[in-house]
Ligand binder design. Structure first.
Ligand code: GLY
Length: 403
């Protein structure tokens, strides 16, 4: 028995002992092990880069152009990641500079609490305001995050039991469009229910997760980016895509949002159905990642495996897999996560550039629209650092983001 197959068997035994489902566990060639010192150096590099760059940043980084950040003033969908990253740097260093910058940046999101034009309120307010509340105890952050949750639940379609993704709540265009990314916005709703004692937020989150599980997750565990419904009746129309290659492909960042999101819904509800979905989604990507650990932008690109990467999908997937490993005791999720992080650290960091303002390069924002290819992305940086803190400071990170 190889070391890896022994680990698989032991992982399965741990899951069985914990009463958790046993998933089919193919024995594969062991991936290159990540060197913990290299991962530690990656985290130190991230902090050094932030220390150098953050004092000069007063808006929200959106993506890089020629290695320099370009910004969105109002925060777009990404505005939570910059204050979130500064909070993570504060966790790692305890440096008051990062706390001051995180608070200043988070405060700039205040007008978005009442935004009825987007589902991205979890992306915006969870890493920024919810984390701020947990780390500072200042109730303004808590109350603002609950206000954002109140805005988010106004997007609920009771007939179809989903949260619409795009467009203002009064705009009939896109009213029946659901996207896989919304799974990441649900934790804001669980937070609001826990804080207020009102289950209405969590009930909507669970409904949305069930609808997503039913219509997005294919028998093989892959997902499309989009699924359309008739907004009047709630009847399913069919899969679609905007950022993936096709309605039948598997956009890697979307799959990463799904892995992380369903794992979180299980963590919040304890309902086995969501763990089953999360493991199915994760099991789908493990074979890809074991041979090619920085994900290709769409696992079903016709040019695979020789197509561009999306390091952000790798970082998000690593976070989800580390959480799944913690929940299930299954070592192959942790091993794959550290392999992905090792590969990002080896091949995607900006360490050798004298110009770069970001930490992680080789991200892809929107391949299908030829937009943001081989760039840095604020969510690539955020989830890379979050994943490393899951390894190096699990208790402190857990207190900050609710693990
Ligand atoms: N949530 C948008 C994206 O992942 O690009």
């Amino acid at each position: 028995m190889t070391a890896l197959s022994r680990r698989l068997v032991l992982g399965g035994a741990a899951a069985a002992a914990a009463g958790l489902p046993l998933v089919a566990q193919p024995v594969q060639a062991a991936p290159a092990k990540a060197d913990p010192r290299a991962l530690r150096d990656g985290l130190d590099y991230a902090v050094r880069k932030l220390r150098a760059v953050a004092p000069g940043i007063t808006r929200f980084p959106e993506e890089t152009k020629f290695e320099k950040w370009i910004y969105t003033d109002g925060g777009g969908w990404v505005g939570g990641f910059w204050p979130g990253l500064l909070w993570l740097a504060h966790l790692e260093t305890k440096d008051p500079l990062f706390r001051r910058l995180a608070e200043e940046s988070a405060r700039r999101l205040a007008p978005r609490r009442t935004d009825l034009g987007t589902h991205d309120l979890g992306f915006l307010f969870y890493p920024s305001w919810v984390t701020a509340w947990r780390l500072t105890g200042n109730r303004e952050w808590r109350d603002g995050a609950i206000q954002a949750a109140d805005s988010l639940i106004r997007r609920y379609n009771a007939k179809g039991r989903f949260l619409r993704a795009w467009g203002h709540i009064n705009d009939p265009g896109n009213a029946g469009r659901v996207i896989i990314d919304t799974m990441m916005n649900l934790d804001l709703l669980f937070f609001a229910s826990k804080e207020t004692g009102d289950s209405k937020y969590a009930d909507i989150a669970v409904d949305h997760a069930r609808t997503t599980a039913r219509h997005f997750v294919r028998p093989d565990g892959s997902t499309p980016h989009v699924f359309d419904f008739d907004p009047a009746t709630g009847a399913p129309v069919g899969p679609n895509t905007v950022q993936g290659y096709s309605p039948t492909s598997c956009w890697s960042r979307g799959q990463s949002w799904a892995i992380y999101g369903f794992t979180t819904v299980y963590r919040r509800t304890g309902q086995r159905e969501f763990l089953d979905v999360a493991t199915k989604l994760a099991d789908h990507v493990l074979p890809y990642l074991r041979t090619d650990p920085v994900p290709i932008w769409d696992y079903r690109s016709p040019y695979a495996p020789n197509d561009i990467r999306d390091s952000s999908a790798g970082a998000i997937t690593a976070c989800g897999l580390l959480d799944l490993a913690k929940i299930t005791g299954n070592a192959r999720y942790r091993d794959t996560a550290t392999t992905v992080l090792g590969a990002i650290t080896d091949t995607c960091l900006t360490t050798r550039s004298t110009r770069a303002e970001a930490i992680v390069a080789r991200g892809t924002r929107h391949r299908s629209a030829e937009g943001g290819i081989e760039v840095s992305l604020p969510y690539g940086d955020y989830y890379y650092v979050e994943a490393l803190l899951r390894l190096f400071r699990p208790a402190e990170l857990g207190a900050a983001i609710g693990l």
